[in-house]
Design a protein around this ligand. Sequence first.
Ligand code: LLP
Length: 435
Amino acid sequence: MLLPNQSVNSNGHLVVGGCDTVALAREYDTPLYVLDEQMVRHNCQQYRQAFAQRLPRSEIAYASKALMTKALCRIMQQEQMALDVASEGELYTALQAGFPAARIKLHGNYKKPALLQMAIENGVGRIVADSLPELALISEVAGELGKQGHILIRITPGIKADTHERIRAGQEDSKFGLGLAGGAAMTATRLALELPNIELHGFHCHIGSQLLHTNGFVRTAAVVMDFISQAGAETGYVAEQFDIGGGLGIRYQEDDVPPTIDHLAEEVCTALKAAADQHNVPLPELILEPGRSIVGEAGVTLYTIGVVKEIPGVRTYVSVDGGLSDNPRPLLYDAEYEAMIANRANQPPDRIVRVAGAHCETDTLFPESNLADPQPGDILAVQSTGAYTYAMASNYNRFTKPAMVLVNDGNAELIVTREGLEDLVRHDVIPQRLI
Ligand code: LLP
C-alpha cells in the first residue's frame, strides 16, 4: 500500500515527503519515526476548511496525545489550530513551544490541583471539567489565584462507539465525564452556574477513537444538542460551545475505508443544524479534537531486519530492531499495520511472515505480514504510524526511544533526537550504602 504522499524512486526505494527512506535509515539509524510535514499540514487545512465552510463558528483543536513534540506545536500554531492537552507534560510541552495558552484545552478525568493551578495561572483557554469534585476544585484554585476557570463540562452520552473496547469512551460505564442518564450532567451544569470563579462555556463529549463510520458522531451531536436544549429549559443557560471530541479513524490497511474529513464535516454539521432547529436553540460554536487523523497516516516507522528464522511447516519469523517499546499498539489493541521492504519497494510481496520485535518477550508486531522476500539488513517500513506510537513509547528492556525526522520536499530534519544509553541511567540513584 502506498499512501498519496509516497512513491518509489529509480533505486526501488520507498520515498516519503520527497526523502528516500533507505537513505534516512542510513543517516539516522533505526528504528526511526518519519513524519511527513506536508501531509500533517494538509490534514489540518482540510479540517479547518471543511468545517469553516459549513459552520463559520468552528474550531479545530489538535489532540496532542496522538503525537506531541515542540516542533509539532509550532506547526499546529502556524496552521491556526487550537490544541488539546491531557496532562502536565503535554501542557508543559505546549507552553515551552510558545503555543498560545488561550488556544489550549485541558482534559483528563483526574487533574491534580497543581495541574489546574498551572493551567489557570498560564491562562489556558478551556478546562474540560470531568466530575463534580473537579468543578469545586477548579472554582477553589481559580479563586486562590484571583482568576476565572473557563470550562466546558464533559458529558458521557451513553453511546457505545463501534471500535476496539479499550478506546471507547462514550458509553455510560466509563471513567470519563458526567452521565446523562443518572442526571450527573444536569447537576454539574447547575453547579458550574452557581460556583464562583467559574465561567461555563458549554459542553464536551468524546465517544472513542479510530471510528470508521460517521454514525457515532451524528448520534452524539443529536444527544448532546438534546441535553443542551434540556439544560436551557431547566436553567436558562445557553451553551456557547459544543466540543464533539476526536475519533475519526485512519487507513492502517489497504481495505480500511475511513470517512473523509469532508464527509465527516457534512454529516456532523447537518446533524448539529437539524438538532438546533428542532429544539429551537442557538447553534453553538463547534469544536473538534482530532489527533490520529491529523498525524497517523503522515508517519512511517523504519526498522532494520536482523534475523529471518524459518520454522519448516510452521512459519517464518522476521525480527526487527524495535517493537513493543516504540509501538505497543499491536499488543494493546490488536492493531494491524501494513509494512513493506523499503529498499525493494517495487518488488511484489510474495510471502506471509510474522514480524517480531526485539524485546525479551513475544512482542509480535505483525502476526501476518505480506512481504517481498525479507532478508537481514533490509529496511522494513511500517505505514500509518504517526499516531500513538512515539506518544506511547517506553523504555521497556531499557531500549532507547527512537529519533523522529520531519520530512518535507526532500529535506529531513530531526524533531526528536534518539535517546542515548546515558539517558536510561539519568534517573537511577545508587544509595550510599550500596556503593
Ligand atoms: N479528545 C479526547 C477527549 C480524547 O480522549 C481523544 C483520544 C481525542 C480527542 C483524540 O482522538 P483521536 O482523534 O486521536 O481518535 N492510544 C489509543 C488511542 C487512545 C485515544 C484516547 N483519546 C490508540 O493507540 O489507539
